[in-house]
Design a protein around this ligand. Sequence first.
Ligand code: ACO
Length: 404
Amino acid sequence: TLGPDVVDVGGLTGKGMFTYDPGFVSTASCESQITYIDGNNGILLHRGYPIEQLAEHSDYLETCYLLLYGELPTKAQKEEFVKTVTHHTMVHEQLAHFFNGFRRDSHPMAIMCGVVGALSAFYHDSLDITDDNNRQVAAFRLIAKMPTIAAMSYKFSIGQPFMYPDNSKGYAENFLHMMFGVPCEPSNVSPTLAKAMDRIFLLHADHEQNASTSTVRLAGSSGANPFACIAAGIAALWGPSHGGANEAVLEMLEEIGDVSRIDEFVARAKDKNDPFRLMGFGHRVYKNFDPRAKVMKEAADDVLAELGVDDPLLAVAKRLEEIALSDEYFISKKLYPNVDFYSGIILKAIGIPTSMFTVIFAVGRTVGWIAHWHEMISGSYRIGRPRQLYTGHTQRDYLPLDKR
Ligand code: ACO
């Protein structure tokens, strides 16, 4: 029933089953063959392959192929795919001028929303989504150009010249080259850091119908072009409850500052009158350890050991993790550290500025967004149109200004 306070002005009654599910906690919006999650048992499979195996044996571009085409590539297919993606890493030169319209202190995610959406103004041949070849080229372009645009956002913010992609380098290595290289010096990207970066992209590649992916599907269901849909996904990702959490984790660790202050923040997280939450803890689907967090934690340990990083914030993070894992509140609510808790730590160790954390998530997630968009467009689908429970006024007559 609609309840005593709800008025049926939307014509909802008498039309069969109608569910009210705020936050879509128990409503499937589509069928999908891409990613499987068992949140109670901490399982994440891409096209059937466990994330742990992919993180150990595969790499980001191979995982992109798997997500897009449903199978791991043969050696020849992989070479061809890497070559094709690499071919598309440059952006239209005119796009570089677009950056000058932004303030230098813009958040890089704000720039990403604008510039990625603007790709539809440059690659007109990708706009006809009825053609499968066009859709594939759009996928190649997005996967290839996202690191370039991401690095340009950073370079713009610090006033350094843009670095062109160096297509002799691997995907993650090239990204770090564009982020930290300067034109007058030879580029020298550490293989350890390139591997860690690749793993971060891989671990973020897809996660079924999260807020940003659902946004991409919803935008796509109206027939919007792929660049516009991915820009919508980037906007949804930016929020601190989603991709913005990795940035928020670091800000929180900085705010805590010292191990001696952890108890105070844990108490605040438990206080229902305080809106503060421990960032990087909890997940809508995982009520057990996020399997990506396990891999990310190992990667964080490796990177920190190899780099010999000694950062006081890491001590805060480690202690926070211990407390949360043994505290009754967190145990009873099944609040485990999520992938963003550890990715922020690795990114900081690599030297990535905090404001770029969510951008890096967006780079990795692009393939998931495009795979879901492609899956939807290639099958039969309807425009997404959620309904609502109307709780506003019943019908009333307009009052002229002098009578109000
Ligand atoms: N710290 C303290 N308490 C928390 C936290 C947290 N991080 N997360 C959830 N809770 C509590 C809530 O207060 C709530 O308590 P109640 O039952 O007494 O009301 C209970 O746990 C359930 O929380 P919900 O908000 O209902 O859970 P939901 O599934 O809607 O939210 C979310 C999941 C958004 C991830 C939440 O756990 C959160 O805000 N975490 C911090 C932000 C974060 O790390 N986000 C990254 C998600 S992972 C990703 O995007 C890759």
